[in-house]
Design a protein around this ligand. Sequence first.
Ligand code: ZN
Length: 444
Amino acid sequence: MMSEIEKGHASGILAWNPDRLARNSIDGGRVIYLVNTGKIQSLKFPTFWFEATPQGKFMLSVAFGQAKYYTDNLRENILRGIRQKIRRGELSAKAPLGYFNEPRLRTIEPDKKTFNKVKEVLRAFATGEYTLTKIQSKMFSLGLVGKDGKLPHLSTIQKTLTNPFYYGHFRYRGEVHQGSHKPMISKKLFDRIQEALILNGKPRKKRGPKNFQFLNFAVCDECGYSITAERHIKKSGLKFVYYRCTHKSKTQNCMQTRFLREEVLTEQVKESCQKVSLPDDWREKYLERVNLWEKENSQSSNLFAQNLKTELSAIKTKVDRLMDGYLEGGFELVEFQQKKNKLMAEKKDIEEKLSDFERKGNHWLELVRNWIIEANQAKNFVLDNNFSKMKNLIKKIGSNRRILNQRLFVDFKKPWNYLYFLSAESRAHSAGKAKVLRNLRMWT
Ligand SMILES: [Zn+2]
C-alpha cells in the first residue's frame, strides 16, 4: 500500500485507527514522512481525527508511539509470563501425547484416556524389539491415532520417543528445564529408548512370513547390518535353513560371505544358554546365603543415600554458578545451554538413583533372589530343548548379539555374565560357585 502511495497512485488512507498503520517505528516514520512531503494528502480514521497541521502531525506521531508502546508491552508481558511459568516448571505449549492442557489451572496433566497407553508404547519400544513402523501399528491398535484417525505419523512418533517431557523435564528453545508435571517414565527407560532408536529407528518395509527361528536375532559383526535367513532345498530333497549377512552396506565391502546353518546356530544358542544357567544345588546354596545377607543388611547404614544427597547438592551449586557465569557474560547462550542441559541430565540420574533407593530399600535382595530363580529356570529350557524360550531369554539378557565367522557372540548383562565367564573347570568346583556368589553380593 505504501509503495502505491509513494508512486503517486493514491494520496490518502482510510483506516480504523492509527495503530493499524504503525506497529513498529519504521512504519510510523514512513507515514509521517509521506505526509510531510505531501504524498499523503489525507488520513481518515473513524476513531481519530487528523489534520495535516503541525499540531495534527504531532498528535499522529503520539498515536503511533502509543501503538508501538502497546505492542512492546504486550510482548514483554507475554515473555515475562513464559519465563515465570518455566521457573515454576510449567511448559507453555501444547501438551504432548498422553497429557492434556488443564484449562483452569493452566497446567499439563496426565490424560486418563491415553496416559497408560503411551506408557505402554514407550516401554515396548525400550525393549528394542520394535521398529518405528511396528510401534506405529501398535499405537494404532491401542487407539493412539493421528489427527485424521489414521496411523500416527512417523515424525510424530519420533518426537514422542525423544521428548524429555516424559521423564519430568521439558525442552524450551533448546534448553532443558525441570518440569512440575507428573513424569510418565524414568530417565533410565528414556535412555534405553534412545539406544533402541539408534538400533531400530529406521522404518522398515514389511517382510514376508517370519517363520525363521532366528530372524532379527543378531547382526553381522563385520559390517553391522542385519542377518537374514534363507531356505535351500538340496538335490536329495533335504531342506536347510541358512543365515547370512544381508550385505546392505554401500560403503563397506563385508567379507562375511559364508552361510551359517540353522542347526549350528541353534547349538550355539543352546551352549550360551547352558553357560548362563544355574544348577539346582547352587540355587539352594545361593538362596540360603541371600537370607543371611538380609539379616546382616537390616542394620545397614544410610551412607549410600547420604553420598547421593551430597552429589546432588554439588550439582545444584554447579548450576547456580553456571547461571551466575552466564549472567555476568562469561558464556555464550549456546555454551551455557549445553552445559546446563548436561548438568540437568546428571541431576536427574542421581535423583532417580536416590528415589529408587528410598523406595526399594533392600530391594536388591529381591532382585538377587529373582535372578537366582530365573537363572535356574534357564537350565530347564536347555533340558527341554525349548529353542524359542532360549532365544527369548538371550534376547532379554544379552545385548549386541552378533555373528562373526559363523559364530554367535553376545554381551550378557550383569549378573548373567558372572556365570557366562566361568570356565568349565571352575564351574565344576566349589570355587566357581563361591566366585559368582561374591560378585552377586556386589552386583546392585
Ligand atoms: Zn556383513
